[in-house]
Design a binder for this molecule. Structure first.
Ligand SMILES: Cc1ncc(COP(=O)(O)O)c(C=O)c1O
Length: 380
């Protein structure tokens, strides 16, 4: 998968397209080019591709096909879930609860809603990025409409017990809508959506193409549409579908869950090897929680600016990320590392290593060897 002699460890930002996904997509860019809304055979062929992808994703998430609505990606899905649920229920309340280490697609949407008069509670997190369940439940009022808690954090890999949190919220207020951004959980965890009303997904994080994602909307959950037009996607999200993208997304999700236990063992091996190497280096702080998702390791190196280290690794053919890749346009310390209170001497020296099923043990050996040498060279 890696270009010759290149080691790609920025898989939380995006993943390389799996060649099998590309193969599945190609016919939908050539022979099956029809508009899925057309009534003739060209339309039917394209619609078949979409419906097969929908069935695959629904099957893996154990939801109904009609509950999978394709979008342009998770930023759209996050916006839709938060705004759509809030707008649909504004007659019964004006309060949203989320937490401080959500992705910006959720946080900035909440800030936008605050500017329109809604109230938002941003829950604090502990040193491992976790929220306190009692605090969450205590912050629910009779005006609370929506709770938005991500499934897995994209920067440090904290896994949130979303089913348990949703149950606790609904025990306090039955009609609360529970949304979870599942982008970094898809393909990495076995997903159970019991109690979850809305769930956001993105294709390019699972070796699928960019520009496609989904929002799972459980039957009976009322959410306002954001995009109006030709009534595609079960009349919920207008716009001619990204047919090849959707087909690729379906295939990508299927491949993520093929031989899942074997893949899990591979990640366990890679992570423990990586941690062992890091344990032998000085001035290293692991920012990821011990029981975080296996594929994400956020590490700070004392007295080494992350950007300098990142480019030093790049010169050796190793690609990693500093903080959140989605926010490379916003320089400065990562909001997640600030919220988990990474000490000052470490916060500017943080790198995120995101593993994929194409990462090999040799990749980890080489990366850690280079890292050790670069730290000696660059430490101020
Ligand atoms: C947790 C999380 N949510 C949302 C997004 C946005 O996804 P997309 O790139 O599909 O818009 C990302 C991407 O970085 C993410 O990691």
């Amino acid at each position: 998968m890696n270009e010759v002699n290149k080691i790609y460890l920025d898989n939380n930002a995006t993943t390389p397209l799996d060649p099998k996904v590309k193969e599945a997509m190609l016919p939908y860019m050539e022979e099956f080019f029809g508009n899925p809304s057309s009534l003739h055979i060209k339309g039917v062929e394209a619609m078949r591709g979409i419906e097969e992808a929908r069935r695959k994703i629904a099957g893996i998430l154990c939801v109904k096909s009609s509950e999978v609505i394709f979008t342009s990606g998770a930023t759209e899905s996050d916006n839709w879930a938060v705004k759509g649920a809030t707008f649909a229920h504004q007659k019964s309340g004006n309060h949203i609860i989320t937490q401080k280490t959500e992705h910006k697609a959720v946080l900035r949407t909440c800030q936008y809603l605050e500017s329109k008069g809604f109230e938002v509670t941003y829950l604090d997190v502990d040193g491992e990025g976790r929220i306190n369940k009692d605090e969450l439940v205590d912050s629910i009022t009779d005006r609370t409409i929506l709770v938005s808690i991500m499934h897995v954090n994209n920067e440090i890999g904290t896994v949130y017990p979303i089913n348990d949190l949703a149950r606790a919220c609904k025990n306090k207020k039955k009609d609360i809508i529970f949304f979870s951004d599942g982008v970094q959980a898809l393909g990495k965890l076995e997903i159970n959506l019991e109690g979850i009303d809305l769930y956001a997904l993105s294709s390019h994080k699972v070796h699928g193409p960019k520009g496609v994602g989904a929002l799972i909307i459980k039957e009976g959950v009322n959410i306002e549409k954001l995009i109006h037009g030709g009534n595609q996607e079960n009349r919920m999200r207008s716009g001619t579908e990204n047919v090849a993208g959707i087909v690729g997304f379906g295939k990508a999700v299927e491949l993520m869950y093929e031989d899942f236990e074997v893949k899990k063992k591979h990640f366990e091996k890679l992570r423990s090897k990586f941690l062992e190497y890091l344990g032998d280096m000085e001035g290293v702080r692991i920012n990821s929680p011990q029981n975080g998702i296996l594929m994400t390791l956020n590490v700070s190196f004392e007295r080494v600016p992350a950007e300098i280290l990142l480019h030093a690794l790049e010169l050796e053919g190793i690609y990693v990320s500093s903080g959140s890749a989605c926010s490379s346009a916003n320089r400065g310390a990562s909001h997640v590392l600030e919220e988990i209170k990474v000490p000052d001497e470490y916060i500017t020296g943080s790198l995120r290593f995101g593993l994929s099923r194409f990462t090999s043990e040799k990749d980890i050996d080489f990366t850690c060897k280079v890292l050790k040498n670069k730290l000696k060279e660059l430490r101020v």
